[in-house]
Design a protein around this ligand. Structure first.
Ligand code: ADP
Length: 350
């Protein structure tokens, strides 16, 4: 199995990003490791592998601020490593250091059809009423996404609902390219299969249980940042909005209590249990008792992460070295596929 997955670089990372996105990658990496150990025990030499990249080239398809993109890319890389992505076990890099991505995109642009791209609902959603004013990159970024995975002969790609159509497109492009330019017994590209990412928690604002926890919320108190120290975490949880009722013992008792449900959901996600498990243990407790327990669990999980995160952000050399090494491995894995694509198209590269 070769899994390839990308994430948009985003700054000011918070608990929602960790529990909703980053932790899934760590889980995928750990599952791959388990599969490798099992295979080694059964004598197979095949190695499963995860490639994780920061989709910085995708970020320029929308209006963006260059300084912000640079900062967000470094911050996201630091967060991924701090949260458990191990650059020795997974290939971790940013697209901008692997020119094979935009190179292959150009080669695939010859195969992708305008009609196929016209059907992409993400373009319609993101360009809104201003289609004529949208960037050409926004229109063709699904082809870059195809290049992102086909370049590495990915066998599996984790996709949420909104990205299913783009993976279908990647398969269509691969199929047409193979048909048009390769012989049946030596296809250039592997057709990747979609896999559903593990169910991720959706974390809400600490000030308003009906709103998502988000970096764009003007209130610092609405979110726990990955860089927060233990005192700040404690303060934010103590001040989190709640109601005067104690916790119920059954899930039904959380209906119409979005803030209480959110705190229980966070506890459940951190303790790798379910909301039911948390209510079994804490049902009947008031928030005076539950909040300190939650804060303790949060600090226990986040402290090692925030320490490593802050240390890496302050050590540009180490961070640059991690990304450079990941990019170099990615370029190596990509090279034979890129070369085959050039050759198949009749392009002479000297
Ligand atoms: P924000 O909403 O803070 O701007 P982004 O949109 O940059 O965050 O999201 C980056 C990743 O983190 C996405 O995969 C998104 O699904 C996940 N994510 C962001 N906020 C939350 C949240 N409150 N709960 C769960 N996942 C989240």
């Amino acid at each position: 199995m070769r899994v390839v997955s990308g994430i948009q670089p985003t700054g000011n990372l918070h608990l929602g990003n960790y529990l909703g996105a980053i932790r899934n990658w760590v889980r995928m990496q750990d599952e791959m490791e388990k599969a490798n150990r099992a295979q080694a025990a059964s004598g197979s030499a095949d190695r499963n592998q995860c490639l994780f990249f920061l989709a910085d080239l995708h970020a320029i398809s929308m209006p963006h601020e260059p300084g912000e993109l640079r900062r967000a890319t470094l911050e996201m890389a630091a967060a991924l490593v701090a949260c458990g992505i191990d650059p020795d076990r997974s290939v971790l890099f940013n697209q901008a250091q692997v020119p094979a991505h935009p190179e292959l995109q150009w080669l695939l642009n010859g195969t992708a059809r305008i009609g196929w791209l016209n059907r992409m609902t993400q373009f319609k959603d993101k360009s809104g009423k201003n289609r004529e004013g949208a960037s050409a990159a926004l229109f063709t970024y699904p082809v870059l996404q195809a290049a992102d995975v086909l370049l590495y002969q990915a066998t599996h790609v984790p996709v949420g609902e909104d990205q299913k159509q783009h993976l279908e497109l990647a398969r269509d492009i691969a199929q047409k390219f193979n048909n048009d330019y390769a012989s049946e017994d030596a296809p250039v590209f592997t057709l990747p299969e979609p896999i559903s990412p593990p169910q991720a928690a959706r974390i809400m604002s600490l000030r308003d249980g009906s709103k998502k926890m988000s970096k764009s919320d003007p209130s610092e108190m609405s979110r726990i940042d990955l860089a927060d120290d233990p005192d700040t975490v404690l303060k934010k949880i103590k001040k989190a909005k709640t109601d005067p009722e104690p916790l119920p013992s059954e899930v039904d008792g959380l209906a119409e209590r979005p803030e209480a449900l959110n705190l229980v959901t966070i506890y459940a996600a951190l303790s790798e249990g379910t909301v039911e498990d948390v209510l079994r243990d804490h049902g009947g407790a008031g928030f005076g008792a539950f909040k300190p327990a939650l804060a303790e669990l949060l600090v226990e999980t986040l402290q090692p992460i925030s320490t490593r995160f802050n240390a890496l952000l302050n050590d540009r050399e180490a961070l640059d070295a991690i990304l450079a090494r990941g990019a170099s491995r990615a370029r190596e894995i990509a090279a034979p596929t890129l070369a085959s694509a050039y050759t198949a198209l009749g392009l002479v590269r000297g």
